[in-house]
Write a protein that binds this ligand. Structure first.
Ligand SMILES: Nc1nc2c(ncn2[C@@H]2O[C@H](COP(=O)(O)OP(=O)(O)O)[C@@H](O)[C@H]2O)c(=O)[nH]1
Ligand SMILES: [Mg+2]
Length: 205
């Protein structure tokens, strides 16, 4: 039951083992599990925000490319996308490029995106300076914000949601998101040069 509060839906996107399920668990339950369990379908957890005024629903999606289709139907209802990669696996950052185009065709032009490098706690993190620079470059190019987080320690996890939600609330205030279920998809491609307040990357899709 939503008890009348506005529901805000976020979708976690990223390859296998980058930490999507861990992000959901850390943010919603303040918990962390070192054991890996592959997500086969779409799952979600929620948490109240702003003294219960909003209910944030975080949707976890499968990383396996063959199972991704299960989550595409949810994209049009999303107010925001959290794009996660593993700071110690450069390929997982590259993989996110394909996800951008999928988001572009399936989501609202006003949905907000954020880029997140996970596992900043890793002992050999200094060996991965290049991927950190690459991620910042990609975020600049896409006009989105980039954060480095650790679901293990909890570092910056709340900050990611805080930043994303601030941007989403701006769009909601402008009447662009959260009007009616399904209203979000107003053809992202109608105006390809549209500039997004709050830093969405959609104009380059
Ligand atoms: N060291 C470290 N390990 C993490 C972190 N986040 C997730 N993991 C581990 O990485 C593996 C994959 O995480 P999971 O959340 O299941 O990834 P998903 O496939 O994207 O859902 C699990 O063994 C987690 O315990 C983190 O911030 N630091
Ligand atoms: Mg998972």
């Amino acid at each position: 039951m939503s008890n009348g509060q506005q529901v805000i839906k976020y979708i976690l996107i990223g390859s296998n083992r980058v930490g999507k399920s861990s992000f959901m668990q850390r943010f919603c339950d303040n918990n962390f599990n070192l054991n890996y369990e592959e997500s086969k379908g779409v799952d979600f957890k929620s948490k109240m925000y702003d003294d219960g005024k909003y209910k944030l629903c975080i949707f976890d999606t499968p990383g396996d490319i063959k199972l991704r289709f299960a989550s595409y139907g949810f994209y049009k209802f999303a107010f925001g996308f959290i794009l996660i990669f593993d700071l110690t696996r450069p390929q997982t950052l590259k993989d996110l490029r394909d996800d951008f185009s999928q988001i572009a065709s399936q989501s609202s032009q006003y949905a907000q995106l954020i880029l997140v490098g996970n596992k900043s706690d890793s002992e050999d993190i200094n060996d991965y300076r290049e991927i950190q620079e690459e991620a910042q470059k990609m975020a600049n190019e896409l006009h989105i914000t980039y954060y480095e987080i650790s679901c293990l320690t909890g570092q910056n996890v709340d900050l990611v949601i805080e930043d994303l939600t601030k941007r989403v609330l701006v769009q909601m205030g402008n009447g662009h998101l959260g009007k009616r279920p399904g209203d979000q998809v107003q053809n992202r491609h109608k105006d390809e040069n549209i500039k997004h307040e709050g830093g969405c990357c959609c104009q380059i899709f």
